[in-house]
Design a protein around this ligand. Structure first.
Ligand code: AMP
Length: 382
């Protein structure tokens, strides 16, 4: 194993745990820079395996797959946070791993995440851990009247969470979620949601991408607007909070931090220890993408300085749109300054992320109007 301070140069083999679209875009960036990529993905076919040099088809905790990955890769990263922590720790004993397993472990659990925010004086909304039905009355009484119940593990894209207006509603949701450990947190009547994606390298240099304004639909990211339409104060505070978290985590890699904005107040919702859907605009609108930064930080190269070349709006393309009878890819790339990124998933399903389009222009409000016009062609979906 090479000393971690030594840079890995083109030709090295990079491993990625997970075979979805984030792994695919990582593989594109890595192969463009001359690296080879091995994907560990239990699915026989997938977006990342399709473009990688090599595919190891094993589950994430199969010792054989992990041994092979560790033995053949000069460094390993992950494209999702729910990799078993012991797998990452095993890999770390044999090869370079980024992000740090401890950071991934924190991001895997909403309660570990919230406690980490609290311990590090990172602003977040009030929360309460529910381990049994008996905790619900006390927990709800501590909320400000409206709360959100979320399973502490494996929730994503609005799954495993529900808004509750009473303890009875929270009790019902807790039961429906299988009485697993849940977090009850204050509902935040936010003005808007933002995220900050950053890259921190092994030397501790941090490069921060512009703040992104995120609009969700049914709990799933729909549109990202960059730069976010927030004051300079909010933008600076958001970046400072994200950097504070990255330092506290002694992070190496790409980190995304999602926040709620109410006036000038920011509350951190959650973190993702990997490139993030809200950073996909960087593929076309900044001089280095979040995936370039993932490759660089994994390989021990310096995180690149970031300049946004043009304002951008990203539109997520979900299975619902692809399945609409009026849908055609042509409509999405009918404009010259729209950039289509398709993930190569065989089957479109409702809520499934199939692709995204980055629209560029001179002004985010103008770009947003163009996106609204395109969405208007699919009244059954939007
Ligand atoms: P999450 O899985 O925590 O990212 O939640 C998905 C989306 O649900 C967020 O992006 C928000 O739009 C909404 N949401 C989550 N938690 C809260 C909250 N405490 N208050 C208001 N909205 C929330």
């Amino acid at each position: 194993m090479k000393a971690h301070s030594q840079a890995l140069l083109p030709g090295a083999m990079l491993g990625v745990l997970g075979g979805g679209q984030l792994g695919r875009m990582f593989a594109h960036a890595a192969t463009q820079m001359g690296y080879r990529v091995t994907v560990l993905d239990p699915a026989v076919r997938g977006p990342a395996a399709e473009v990688a040099t090599r595919h190891l088809c094993y589950s994430y905790d199969d010792p054989k797959g992990l041994e092979e990955l560790a033995g053949s890769c000069d460094a390993v990263t992950t494209e999702f946070e729910n990799v078993p922590a012991h797998s990452l720790r095993y890999l770390q004993q044999h090869t370079r791993v980024s992000p740090p397993p401890a950071a991934v472990e924190i991001a895997q659990s909403r309660i570990r995440e919230k406690n980490f925010f609290k311990q590090n004086s990172v602003p977040t909304n009030h929360f309460y851990l529910l381990t049994s039905d008996a905790d619900i009355d006390d927990g709800f009484a501590q909320m400000s009247g409206k709360a959100v119940i979320k399973t502490t593990q494996l929730g994503y894209d609005g799954k495993g969470q529900r808004v509750c207006n009473s303890a009875a509603e929270a009790r019902q949701a807790f039961k429906e979620f299988g009485s697993v450990e849940c977090l009850l947190e204050d509902f935040v009547p936010f003005d808007l949601e933002v995220s900050v994606v950053l890259a921190r390298d092994i030397h501790g240099n941090t490069e921060v991408f512009p703040v992104v304004e995120n609009q969700h639909s049914n709990g799933i990211l729909d549109v990202c607007i960059v730069p976010a339409r927030v004051s300079a104060t909010v933008s600076d505070t958001a970046k400072n909070i994200a950097c504070k978290l990255a330092n506290a985590l002694e992070y190496v890699g790409v980190l995304a931090v999602e926040m709620f904005v109410s006036g000038d107040t920011l509350l951190v919702n959650e973190i993702a220890p990997r490139p993030h859907n809200s950073g996909h605009y960087t593929l076309d609108a900044t001089d280095h993408s979040q995936f370039d930064q993932q490759v660089r930080t994994l390989c021990g190269l310096q995180a690149a300085k970031i300049t946004q070349q043009q304002p951008a709006v990203m539109l997520n393309v979900l299975g619902d749109l692809v399945l609409d009878e009026k849908f055609s890819w042509e409509i999405l790339c009918s404009e010259s300054d729209s950039h289509l990124h398709v993930y190569g998933k065989e089957e479109a399903r409702s809520g499934r992320k199939m692709a995204h389009v980055n629209f560029l222009g001179n002004d985010v409000d103008d770009i947003l109007r163009r996106v609204v016009t395109i969405k208007g062609q699919f009244p059954e979906v939007y």
